[in-house]
Design a protein around this ligand. Structure first.
Ligand code: IPM
Ligand code: MN
Length: 348
């Protein structure tokens, strides 16, 4: 049997609800000739912080390292001061496990409504992937504040871009572009203003690109990229960009492809020296938590990415096909969280 140990972090808000449906789907693909999964739940997020003051204890991090992959729901709670859980749980996981490829596929499934006039702006459909750098940029916490609360207050958030970090994510993006039919890679940055980092990214794309002569490259400033994402999203195949630009453009990308209820992501360490972590792009959505209203599709598609990462490509395709069929059938009908999970699982 092909056995995998999965660490499950439901987290905050709707996280545990959507993760439960993703687990239903993993359960449905397991057994018989399929893989088998052992799951271990980890209690991280607002509840733990309120109860113990802990965010990500070292002992938990060490245990997480022992698993083959991590499935995460959402981290974040309005009753916890802003940044405590993000900087205390989610980002330390991404950094400690060296998830330098934050992979965010963007695909408009047939039958799913987009706020765009897709027939006009993307007659060929929307199907691209954003390779967001996951360990550097302004996310590192390299900054500080001086004279806080005075009229002379100064705050800095320094964007960290290392040749090592840029090169490895750029090479990964090129490899992904090469494996796709269109073989096209767009670097999104802002080199007209962020000249230092911009120069590093551009030069790295140029140099690494020499190893991938069959991949065509393009460049777009991030502001222009937001325009094209809504006026001509079909132009994109693979996008590579830094951590913050990637955060922003993947929310737009989610919006044009059916909303964040459908957007999946993987925090991937392609070297496989640590477990990669799969999570829906949406957050904890505290306003609808506990009501069985959240769409678990993004979590289910994240589980499909997890399957693919574990080498179960065929199982991943089966889950995606089941989701696609479910979305096509769903139309405008509003269904409960568990009804969606049941319907997808039933197709497997
Ligand atoms: C995301 C989220 C996180 C990010 C937050 C919660 C720290 O917005 O995964 O896109 O900015 O990366
Ligand atoms: Mn985000």
């Amino acid at each position: 049997r092909d056995a995998h140990s999965i660490a499950v972090i439901g987290g905050d808000g709707i996280g545990p609800e959507v993760v439960a449906e993703a687990l239903k789907v993993l359960d449905a693909v397991s057994g018989g000739d399929g893989p088998s999964f052992t799951t271990t739940e980890y209690d991280l997020g607002a509840r733990r912080w309120h109860a113990t003051g802990e965010t990500l204890p070292d002992s938990v991090l060490e245990e997480l390292r022992g698993h083959d992959a991590i499935l995460l729901g959402a981290i974040g709670d309005p009753r916890v001061p802003s940044g405590v859980l993000e900087r205390g749980v989610l980002l330390p996981l991404r950094f400690a496990l060296d998830h330098f490829v934050n992979l965010r596929p963007v695909r408009l499934f047939p039958g799913v409504a987009s706020p765009l006039d897709v027939a006009r702006v993307a007659p060929e459909g929307i199907d691209f992937v954003v390779v967001r750098e996951g360990t550097e940029g302004p996310y590192t916490g390299n900054g500080g504040a001086l004279r806080v609360g005075t009229p002379a207050e100064i705050a800095t958030e320094v964007s960290v871009n290392t040749r090592y970090g840029v090169e490895r994510v750029v090479r990964d993006a090129f490899a992904r572009a090469q494996a796709r039919p269109r073989r096209h890679l767009t670097l999104v940055h802002k080199h007209n203003v962020l000249t230092h980092a911009g120069h590093l990214w551009r030069r790295t794309v140029e140099e690494v690109g020499a190893e991938f002569p069959d991949v065509e490259t393009a460049y777009q400033h991030v502001d222009a990229a937001t325009i094209f994402m809504v006026t001509d999203p079909g132009r994109f195949d693979v996008i590579v960009t830094d951590n913050l630009f990637g955060d922003i453009i993947t929310d737009i990308a989610a919006a044009i492809s059916g909303g964040i209820g459908l957007a999946a992501s993987g925090n991937v360490n392609p070297t496989r020296t640590t477990p990669s972590m799969f999570e829906p792009v949406h957050g904890s959505a505290p306003d609808i938590a506990g009501q069985g209203k959240a769409d678990p599709t993004a979590a289910i598609l994240s589980a499909a990415m997890l399957l693919e990462h574990l080498g179960r490509e065929q199982d991943a395709r089966r889950v995606e096909d089941a989701v696609a069929a479910d979305l096509a059938e769903r139309g405008d009908a509003v269904r409960s969280t568990s009804a969606v999970g049941d319907a997808v699982a039933a197709r497997l």
